[in-house]
Design a protein around this ligand. Structure first.
Ligand code: ATP
Ligand code: MG
Length: 291
């Protein structure tokens, strides 16, 4: 997993607490892609993606292993150049205005990114610097996000001693230090137990309700997506095969359909069979890293 190589700078008006600018619901969309495409050699990982993510919404990007979800997120976070099409995030073009995009986004990658040899507080201070939070504000901002993510009590504990859920909450805390308008979370709950998953999701929901943050999230847990996403898109082999509210998608498939049924209908595989081995291996790998 590639990490951001350049500082992701602070948003200009980030000094005072309050809702992220430009993230009000009903405003211009937070993300718009038109024909967004990524090829690797002759293989097309993302194939002409047309997506609109309303500002202030929680948007779920679903799909089997290899569908192109992470590749899409890497393009939207300016880490990977598209080979075709366009994408605008928080009003800026990912290719033409990458610095403007980076200033307004947060990103929690699929694989664990917190440093186990540092405490939560130290991890956050490092990230505050990378994100360009002014020195005079760093301490307060770090204490504030620790409090927000329910980690104040363990601020000075080594991250290597954290549970998986705590690590994920710390990573989300890192990604919100500069109060991004748009947050990208790539499988924030993979490998977590149900209680830890619920806690991560509660904090994600609070980010949206307290700060108006737009959140694009990927998950393989259809129950999570059903309960927590305003809209979902299902990707299959690089394409969006359906998009809508969970209720709309379920109604389109059948009267008693679950989101699992919608997934199976549009991808021809169930979560249980499609990629269960890779999922299990990865979940175990993540669980090992998380200790
Ligand atoms: N750097 C790369 N070079 C070549 N192929 C790649 C590269 N990155 C991704 N791919 C391929 O692109 C496809 C989409 O990968 P991607 O990681 O976006 O899928 P995903 O939907 O995130 O899957 P998962 O659910 O397993 O995380 C896969 O077939 C993958 O092997
Ligand atoms: Mg992925």
């Amino acid at each position: 997993m590639t990490e951001p190589k350049e500082p992701i700078g602070s948003s200009p008006g980030a000094a005072a607490p309050g809702p992220a600018s430009g993230a009000a619901q009903g405003g211009p969309p937070a993300i718009v892609t038109v024909g967004l495409t990524r090829r690797f050699g002759t293989f097309t990982a993302v194939d002409g993606l047309d997506l609109t993510v309303p500002a202030g919404s929680i948007f779920g990007l679903l799909g089997p292993n290899g569908a192109g979800k992470s590749t899409t997120i890497k393009m939207l976070t300016t880490l990977l150049p598209p080979t075709g099409g366009t994408a605008r995030v928080a009003g800026f073009d990912v290719v033409g205005e990458p610095a403007q995009v980076r200033r307004r986004i947060g990103y929690v990658p699929q694989l664990v990114s917190a440093d186990g040899s540092l405490t939560a507080y130290e991890n956050l201070m490092v990230m505050a610097k990378i994100y360009g939070v002014p020195r005079a504000e760093r301490r307060d901002r770090v204490l504030q996000v620790l409090e927000f993510m329910g980690l104040s009590d363990v601020a000075h504990t080594l991250v290597s001693r954290f549970s998986g859920g705590m690590v994920r909450r710390l990573e989300i805390a890192q990604s919100m230090l500069h109060r991004p308008a748009v947050l990208f979370l790539d499988e924030p709950t993979v490998g977590l137990d149900p209680v830890a998953r619920r806690s991560v999701w509660e904090h994600i929901q609070r980010l949206r309700s307290d700060y108006g943050t737009t959140i694009l999230v990927t998950t393989h847990y259809m129950d999570e997506a059903d309960q927590l996403c305003d809209r979902v898109a299902i990707m299959h082999r690089g394409r969006v095969v359906t998009v809508g509210t969970p209720a709309e998608l379920k109604a389109a498939v059948g009267p008693d359909a679950t989101l699992d049924d919608v997934f199976a209908h549009f991808t021809g595989s169930s979560i249980a069979e499609g990629g269960s081995y890779r999922d299990a291996v990865r979940a175990r790998r993540v669980a090992r890293r998380l200790g």
